[in-house]
Write a protein that binds this ligand. Structure first.
Ligand SMILES: Cc1cc2nc3c(=O)[nH]c(=O)nc-3n(C[C@H](O)[C@H](O)[C@H](O)COP(=O)(O)OP(=O)(O)OC[C@H]3O[C@@H](n4cnc5c(N)ncnc54)[C@H](O)[C@@H]3O)c2cc1C
Length: 288
């Protein structure tokens, strides 16, 4: 096996172009586990760790945040938790402290597992994935176009994820995950909600309850239209929102849970995250 260790982003793109067989590795918390279990034996690894720009973040001129693909979860929680509360909540549920030290959002995106915890808040917040190739340059991919199948994303073999872009929260954001225990657990299913009160807009993300992470767009449209943004939360609206989120899922029965349980849990998580968000919205109009 070849081990490629480019020192610059340009060299990494050149290596990905030269070797379509290469497997990028950042934290290695997915790649190395698969190799250790002999599930996958790449012919070449592309170690992105020397490229320090991948572990930085900055504010774009339009106020949105550009977060490097290699930012580990612990730093997202510590440095961006106030501006990206939904993403930070999901990051806090990933694995153990060791995994959160090494694991990255870029790696979660690269794996594109329907059960990856970061996908739901990335969808709810309207994140955009910045991908690049030596041949075609930069491509900005909205998160809801990024996932194309079970553990499959829309990247070409020569493309790498450089960063993700996301607006800072302008309202409450929540992430909720059901697992067989409280920590170190793959989601049975997960849900994320983001409210954008100034725009009277709602964002959602469903995890682990369909072949790909997905939004519940009918639920978003219903809630945005039916919420009395300056008044109280109507129980019937919350219930219908939960029902629409449940209907947006297409889960399967597997070792972690049944399809029926996942649908039920999603409706509960949708109503709960809405209640939490509404409490924050009415209390101070700010994200929790
Ligand atoms: C014990 C344990 C517990 C875990 N718990 C959770 C959990 O609770 N929730 C959860 O979501 N995940 C969990 N994971 C899975 C894993 O930690 C996460 O998916 C993590 O985000 C992977 O990030 P990484 O940087 O380690 O990725 P890597 O292992 O380095 O890479 C993962 C995938 O992304 C690709 N990739 C990496 N960087 C790029 C890039 N810049 N461009 C293109 N492709 C790229 C790789 O080729 C690979 O396919 C767990 C793993 C372990 C071992």
């Amino acid at each position: 096996m070849d081990f490629l260790r480019p020192q610059t982003w340009a060299d990494a793109l050149a290596a990905a172009a030269d070797r379509p067989d290469v497997v990028p590795v950042q934290g290695g918390t997915d790649v190395m586990v698969e190799m250790n279990f002999d599930l996958h034996r790449p012919t070449a690894l592309l170690d992105l760790n020397p490229i320090t720009e991948l572990t930085t973040w900055e504010e774009n001129p339009d106020g949105s945040l550009r977060v490097g693909a290699g930012m580990p979860y612990v730093r997202i929680i510590a440095e961006l938790g106030d501006r990206l509360p939904g993403i930070a909540q999901a990051a806090r549920t990933v694995g153990s402290p060791q995994i959160r030290n090494r694991g990255t959002v870029g790696g979660n995106l690269g794996g594109a597992s329907p059960a990856g915890d970061l996908h739901a808040p990335l969808l709810a917040c309207g994140a955009i994935v910045e991908a690049e190739s030596a041949a075609r340059g930069t491509r900005m991919i909205p998160a809801d176009q990024f996932y194309v199948g079970v553990k499959r994303h829309c990247l070409e073999p020569d493309e790498l994820i450089r960063a993700f872009h996301v607006p800072p929260a302008t309202g409450p954001q929540y992430f909720s995950k059901v697992g067989t225990r409280n920590a170190m657990v793959i989601a049975v299913c997960s849900f994320s909600l983001a409210l954008f009160p100034a725009e009277r807009r709602v964002g959602t993300g469903i995890g682990s309850a369909a072949p790909t992470p997905r939004r519940a767009t009918a639920a978003e449209e219903f809630l945005a239209a039916e919420l009395d943004w300056d008044g109280t939360l109507d129980d019937a609206v919350a219930r219908r929102f939960g029902d629409l989120v449940r209907e947006a899922a297409s889960p399967i029965d597997d070792v972690r849970g049944t399809a029926d349980y996942r649908r039920h849990a999603l409706a509960v998580m949708a109503r709960r995250t809405l209640a939490w968000s509404w409490r924050d919205h009415r209390n101070n109009g700010e994200a929790a």
